[in-house]
Design a protein around this ligand. Structure first.
Ligand code: GLU
Length: 291
C-alpha cells in the first residue's frame, strides 16, 4: 500500500506561534490516523526575510511539541533550479510574460479607471488585479526592456493559461473554505488575475514552489490554514499546466488572538518559545488549540 503523505511547510521568517502549532499537530494527527508519512518543508524562498535562527527555532519548537518528521528536510532555497525549470517551461509556452509596471504606475492606472466610473476587479484578498496591458507587448519590446535592465516580474497570463489548461478545474476539500465550501470545489484562478510566478530578486514565488514541491515530494494531503484556501485555485491551474497531480486539501480554522485577529509572527505573546519559557507544556498547547 502506498502511504498517504502529509506535510507541514512553515516559513522561517519569524517565531512559530499557536497557529503553527495547531497546523503542525493537526497534520501529525491526520497522518497518524491515515497511517501516513509526515514531511517537514522549509519554505524559505524569501531569502531577505528568512534566517537560519528562525529555521533552528522551527526544529526546536516542533521537537518540543513532540513531533517527528522524515529527514532530510527539503529546504526550498536549495532548489531554485527546480522552480526555474518549471518557469522556463511556462515561458516557452508563452503563458508567462515579463511585467514591468511599478506599483505607482499600477495605482495611477486604477485611479484613472475608477475616476471614469469603471470598477477595477480585486482578488480574493481585496488587492486590485494587475493590469493586463503587457500581455500584448511585442517580443522585441520585451527583449529590449529586459536588456535595458528594467525591473520586472514574471506573471502568468491567466486567460492564456486557462485556455491551455482547458476544462473545469477542481479539488477535493476535506476541510472548508471561508464560505463553507467543502467536497468538490471548483477552482477559480481567474479571480487572482495575472499572478507573479517569479521576481528578479526572488527567482520563484510561493505558488510556483509549493506546487512543484508537493508534486516532487509525492504529497497526497495538504493540510493548512484557511487563509490559503483561495490560493488553491492558482495551484490547481499550475498543476494542470505542469502536468502535476492534485493533492486532497484540508483547510483548517485559523487560531485567532484575543483581539479576534489572525496571529502574527511579530507578536511574541503567542510564540511557542515564549509559551515554553512561561512554563507551559505541549499538553497545554494541544488544549489551547482545541486538539
Ligand atoms: N509557507 C506557508 C506559510 O508559512 C504555508 C504554505 C502551505 O502550507 O501551502 O504560511
Amino acid at each position: 500500500m502506498t502511504r498517504p503523505v502529509f506535510r507541514f511547510a512553515p516559513s522561517p521568517n519569524g517565531e512559530l506561534h499557536l497557529g503553527h502549532a495547531y497546523s503542525a499537530l493537526l497534520n501529525a494527527d491526520l497522518a497518524e490516523a491515515a497511517q501516513g508519512r509526515l514531511l517537514l518543508r522549509i519554505e524559505d524562498i524569501d531569502i531577505a526575510r528568512c534566517t537560519p535562527e528562525y529555521e533552528e527555532g522551527i526544529y526546536r519548537d516542533l521537537a518540543w511539541l513532540g513531533l517527528s518528521w522524515e529527514e532530510p528536510v527539503r529546504r526550498q532555497s536549495d532548489h531554485f533550479d527546480d522552480y526555474h525549470a518549471a518557469l522556463e517551461r511556462l515561458i516557452d509556452e508563452d503563458i508567462v510574460y515579463p511585467a514591468f509596471m511599478s506599483r505607482g504606475e499600477v495605482r495611477a492606472k486604477i485611479a484613472d479607471a475608477e475616476a471614469e466610473g469603471r470598477a477595477w476587479p480585486r482578488d480574493p484578498d481585496g488587492t486590485p488585479l494587475y493590469p493586463t496591458d503587457e500581455r500584448r507587448l511585442s517580443a522585441r519590446a520585451r527583449k529590449r526592456r529586459m536588456a535595458d535592465g528594467d525591473p520586472f516580474a514574471w506573471r502568468l497570463d491567466v486567460d492564456a493559461a486557462l485556455s491551455i489548461a482547458g476544462g473545469r478545474l477542481s479539488w477535493t476539500e476535506g476541510g472548508s473554505g471561508p464560505g463553507g465550501e467543502t467536497g468538490e470545489v471548483v477552482a477559480t484562478p481567474a479571480a487572482w488575475g495575472d499572478v507573479v510566478l517569479a521576481r528578479k530578486d526572488t527567482p520563484t514565488s510561493y505558488h510556483l514552489s509549493v506546487v512543484i514541491d508537493d508534486a516532487l515530494q509525492g504529497v497526497t494531503h495538504v493540510v493548512r490554514g484557511r487563509d490559503l484556501f483561495h490560493a488553491t485555485s492558482v495551484h490547481r491551474l499550475l498543476q494542470a499546466l505542469l502536468g502535476l497531480a492534485a493533492p486532497i486539501c484540508f483547510h483548517h480554522d485559523l487560531i485567532l488572538g484575543d483581539d479576534g485577529r489572525k496571529l502574527s509572527k511579530t507578536r511574541n505573546d503567542t510564540a511557542l518559545a515564549a509559551l515554553c519559557d512561561a512554563g507551559l507544556t505541549p499538553v497545554d498547547i494541544r488544549r489551547m488549540v482545541g486538539l
